[in-house]
Design a protein around this ligand. Sequence first.
Ligand SMILES: C[S@@+](CC[C@H](N)C(=O)[O-])C[C@H]1O[C@@H](n2cnc3c(N)ncnc32)[C@H](O)[C@@H]1O
Length: 230
Amino acid sequence: MMRMTRDAFLYIASLMRYLVVVYKESAENCDRLKMLHAFSGSIKLIDAIYLAKLLRREKPKDILEVGSFLGFSCNWLLTVSSPWNARVVAVDPNIAHRGFSNPRHILRKVNDVFSDRLTIVTAYFGTPPAGERENAKVIDSGWSEKFDVVFVDGNHSYESVINNFQVGSTLLRPNGVIAFHDAISWPEVSRAIEDIKQQSTDFDVVIQGRHAKRLCEGVALLKRTQQYNR
Ligand SMILES: C[S@@+](CC[C@H](N)C(=O)[O-])C[C@H]1O[C@@H](n2cnc3c(N)ncnc32)[C@H](O)[C@@H]1O
């Protein structure tokens, strides 16, 4: 309970700092709608607490984030893992999203204190959307890096979630965990996770949370069966 309360305060402090940076960095054309997008496009309190719990339990050395947007969840992963200095690789194609034409600029500012532990990769993780396939830089299963935790919050279509699971699971170290955000609130994400749960006998799937607007969107944790300790 104490830990949860501390994490709630840590989350609120991080969120305030993040929103101030978003406001300052997009000051010329910053309106209420944009600030609302910056908030609603980022992980919510209860999901952040689940992620913090996961990180403290697994103590990952290397974390991969798929879908970083303006850098709030990335900042959360870096903040929580500060005691053991985890490295975070943040993958995002930096496409215009929720009214922000260059989210990468804000992501850098939000995370500048962590620049020694953060690597930013501008690419699609897995299969890019049809119109982008010719020119887009892509991260797929051939990537040489391996990770202890992969956090996916990218494209929320059914096909992308299945594809991100297929690619992400090949990049996991043996005891690694792959986590999906919006596992409850987004019907396509939730359907994909349910299908993975039914079809993949190699992975145990635990879904945390329940949909509570502005507080929780659900986090699915997938870990290879034989090593999973609930
Ligand atoms: C919901 S936002 C991420 C929010 C962020 N995780 C947070 O909580 O602060 C989704 C992001 O996924 C990115 N995205 C979409 N398709 C992607 C892909 N195939 N690989 C990586 N990122 C992707 C978008 O550019 C967008 O920035």
